[in-house]
Design a protein around this ligand. Structure first.
Ligand SMILES: C[S@@+](CC[C@H](N)C(=O)[O-])C[C@H]1O[C@@H](n2cnc3c(N)ncnc32)[C@H](O)[C@@H]1O
Length: 278
């Protein structure tokens, strides 16, 4: 019971419903159902630049969260940064369903989700120099030699990020895989003014993303960096440079594979509330 200035000491303040993931609160509050929004883009149009002003009903800087998983990072950014529009994508429909449900229940108007590969998104749907921020947290390392070709961070992908960002835009990259990070350290600075970010993000010391929370709980290092597109190379040189560079064929160290298993586990606080499904 809490005192209320008019209702007195019998007033019971409505309880905030806090969702947690591995004990860490999921950003934002669940709002009454009449304020829920619809954040899923069920079907992307045929390839061509997406019209974000039409999609969001306003013109604002756009951030992309590629391989967003359950989109904890997108939710936090959307809750805290109302002036930015967020477009988050993943290859897996199931994680996008989780992400969408949470964003809907938070009544967020500045987020949309779609199922699409990261390379395809940038190559087919993003107009050159139109995006303010591109975030990629913990791209899958793929341990099996047969799957290495699926790694997201390739020279071609980095060149597409360079093409997509506005001058001065931001590329945020993060991984817990030392081999992947070493590759990123070698290749990304050829296209971006790249700075490593020592230590945790001050906005989310327990982890911006689900995978980061898991890695930190396991005591593993997390590597973070931000880049701004280099302005001293032409669009042609970006392409030529990308073609000349090796693909990411690093050894991802199979010992780290257990982390993937943990990532696919649900803890009890992680399951969405059935009554609130939409
Ligand atoms: C290790 S999880 C990380 C998820 C989230 N960013 C995080 O940090 O918790 C990698 C995610 O990337 C997605 N993914 C893998 N390949 C992708 C691709 N080519 N394009 C977009 N998403 C991809 C997977 O489905 C998975 O959800």
């Amino acid at each position: 019971m809490t005192d209320h200035p008019l209702l007195g000491n019998n007033y019971e303040r409505p309880r905030r419903q806090i969702e947690r993931e591995f004990g860490v609160p999921v950003p934002g509050d669940i709002v009454p159902p009449d304020q829920w929004t619809i954040t899923a883009v069920k079907k992307l149009p045929p390839p061509g630049p997406l019209n974000f002003s039409e999609l969001f009903g306003r013109t604002a800087p756009v951030m992309l969260d590629i391989g967003c998983g359950n989109a904890r990072s997108t939710l936090a950014s959307a809750v805290w940064r109302h002036d930015i529009d967020h477009f988050a994508t993943d290859l897996l429909p199931v994680v996008i369903r989780y992400a969408t449900r949470r964003a809907n229940q938070r009544g967020l108007k500045n987020v949309r989700f779609a199922v699409v590969g990261g390379r395809e998104l940038l190559a087919d749907y993003i107009a050159p120099h139109s995006i303010a921020e591109i975030h990629v947290y913990h791209p899958q390392p793929f341990y099996d030699a047969k799957l290495v070709h699926k790694r997201l961070i390739t020279p071609e992908f980095i060149a597409l990020v360079h093409r997509s960002l506005v001058p001065g835009g931001q590329f945020i990259l993060q991984t817990d895989n030392p081999g992947y990070w070493k590759y990123m350290q070698q290749v990304v600075p050829l296209f971006f003014e790249f700075e490593e970010h020592p230590g945790k993000w001050p906005d989310s010391p327990k982890g911006r993303t689900r995978r980061e929370i898991i890695a930190l709980r396991q005591g593993l290092p997390v590597f973070r960096g931000t880049g701004r597109p280099r302005s001293d190379i032409s669009a042609d040189d970006v392409l030529k440079r990308a073609e000349s560079l090796p693909p990411p064929t690093f050894d991802a160290d199979r010992k780290l594979k257990d982390l993937d298993k943990l990532e696919h586990q649900t803890d009890s606080s992680d399951r969405p509330n059935k009554r609130q499904r939409r």
